[in-house]
Each structure stands twice: as C-alpha cells, then as structure tokens.
Design a protein around this ligand. Structure first.
Ligand code: CP
Length: 313
C-alpha cells in the first residue's frame, strides 16, 4: 500500500490528489466492514480518539464515533458545554490538558476558523478537522468525492454545481478544492449577498442564476442557509429565497436527466431543497451519510499510521 505521511487532516488544500485518492481507496475497503454481521476489526486496538465538538453535529460526530469503534479504538466524546471551557479555560489550555492524557487523535469542530491548525501546531496528537468556522470541512468533501466516484466511476471531467449560502459554507470551500484537484469543474450560484468576493481564486466559476448553474451539471450540491453565522439580512424572506434559489422539481427541468443531487445536511426542507427533490430517485443525501463512516474510518486508520505500517511490512 502507498504510504500516507500526514500527521493531521486540516483542509483539502494541504492534501495532494494522490493522498485524496488513497483516502478514497482506503474508505472503499473500510465500507465493507460496515456490511458484516460483526462490524468491528482490531486495527486501532490500543489507540485513543477524543471527539471535541464546540458546535452542534449529528452526522460528523456520530460517524466519527462509529468509525473509531468499528476499528476498536477507545473513543471519548466531550463538548464545549460540558467541558471546563464553561468555567473559562482556554482552548489551548484544554488541548494541553487533553494531551497530558496521551490520546493519539483529536477530532475537533470549532466555530473559529483555524482552531484545528492551531492545535495541530502545538500538540503531539494528530488533529482531524471536523469543521472550523467558515474555513474548511475536509471530511465532508472527502465523503462527497467518494459518493460521486462510486456513482460515476471518476471525478475528472465532471461538472459540479454548488448552490446556496457559499459565503458561510466551509463545505463549499472544501468541495471546490477537492473536486477541482481531482479534475472536475465547479460552478457556484446563489444570491450576490452570499457569494464571497474572490471565491473564483479557488477555481470555481460564479453565476447568480440557478438555472444557468445546473444546466449542464452532472452533480448539483445544495447548501443550507447558515442563519447562525449570518450577520444582518442577506435575503428578504425564506419564501422568496426558496423561489429564486431553492431546488424544486420545476427548476430541475433545466438540468440534465439523471443529474445527481447532494446536500451535506442538515437540510431546510422547502427552503434550499424541496422535499420531493431531497427524497427523490437521484438524491444521494443518505449515501453521503453512509460514506461518512467509511471516510472517517479511513482517516483514523491513515493518520494513526496504518498505511505507513502496511507499506513497510
Ligand atoms: N454535514 C455535517 O457536517 O452535518 P453535521 O453538522 O450534522 O455534522
């Protein structure tokens, strides 16, 4: 097996195309473990994983927990609200104290962009970014790439349209970086107030019209309006947003037959995506969630040194 030399998984920008392919290939093997009657292998026995989530999560946190346990790691979850950070302890002091307990891997989600990078530079343990502010959500992009590669057999040459609140979306940034790195083209669309200036520098084309973005897309990725991160009004009403930018069966008439539909979740039904589209035959939303466990198993295995050991055997 090809070696994997990264201590941390912080963003898609710092992964090479070869490293991304290795992660996707490894996740393909890991996925099979989840189909067995006994969904557990001893691969990470004796390793300790800490899940440290400062923001709410259903999919990412649960899938990391399941992934660690399927690999027989000891997994401990703490959240900001139940940690001593509520008593005023800083993030760095918290990380130093966790480090003193000798974990092998810390999985962190934090509202501040750059928090995982800071801990990775200070601490011995591996850090996996489970989403930092508006910056990056690399494990989401990797599971999205896996889901599309499974369906299409490739990423190179595909056209991806990402639609919605791009300005506040770490998922959009990580997917633009990941899909373009593997040879796809990406177009983003949304209200002008939700398209950040300079986003083209990541390699995406920009339009403000959904119909134009989806016209020749192979894959449409809808994004949630992140009200919790917005300051001020970026659109008039949810109803008007849904009419202009929500993906409905009517808008899908502008897309190619069989176009694949993605959403990282959680979804606002009837706002950015109509229920009949979210639950329709071309929706991959639950496939994305299923692949999240496999991708996170692969990342825990790889940063714990699995591929380094396999390569030297
Ligand atoms: N897609 C995603 O990150 O979902 P959660 O916020 O539920 O983890």
């Amino acid at each position: 097996m090809q070696a994997f030399a990264k201590k941390d998984i912080l963003d898609m920008a710092s992964l090479t195309a070869g490293e991304i392919e290795l992660i996707l290939d490894t996740a393909g093997h890991m996925k099979e473990i989840g189909t067995r009657p006994v969904k557990k292998v001893p691969t990470l026995r004796g390793k300790t994983v800490v899940l440290f989530f400062h923001e709410p999560s259903t999919r990412t946190r649960t899938s990391f927990d399941i992934a660690a346990k399927r690999l027989s790691a000891d997994c401990h979850a703490i959240s900001a609200g139940t940690s001593s950070m509520v008593k005023g302890e800083t993030l760095i002091d918290t990380a130093r104290n966790l480090e003193a307990m000798n974990p092998d891997i810390l999985v962190i989600r934090h509202a501040s962009s750059g928090a995982p990078h800071l801990l990775a530079s200070l601490c011995r343990f591996s850090v996996i970014n489970a989403g930092d502010g508006t910056h990056a959500h690399p494990t989401q992009a990797l599971l999205d790439l896996m889901t599309i590669r499974e369906r299409k057999g490739k990423i190179a040459g595909l056209k991806l349209a990402i639609i919605g609140d791009i300005a506040h979306s770490r998922v959009a940034r990580s997917n633009i970086e990941g899909f373009t790195k593997l040879g796809a083209s990406v177009v983003i669309a949304g209200p002008p107030t939700m398209i950040p200036k300079g986003i083209e520098s990541l390699g995406a084309a920009v339009t403000f019209r959904v119909e134009e973005a989806i016209g020749d897309a192979d894959v449409i990725m809808m994004l949630r309006i992140q009200k919790e991160r917005q300051q001020g009004f970026l659109f008039s009403t949810e109803r008007e947003y849904a009419q202009a930018y929500g993906l409905t069966l009517e808008k899908l008439k502008h897309a190619r037959p069989g176009v694949l539909i993605m959403h990282p979740g959680p979804i606002n039904r009837g706002v950015e995506i109509a229920p009949e589209v979210a639950d329709g035959p071309y929706s991959l939303i639950l496939d994305q969630v299923e692949n999240g466990v496999a991708i996170r198993m692969a990342l825990l295995y790889l940063v714990a040194g699995g591929a380094r050991h396999a390569a030297s055997d």
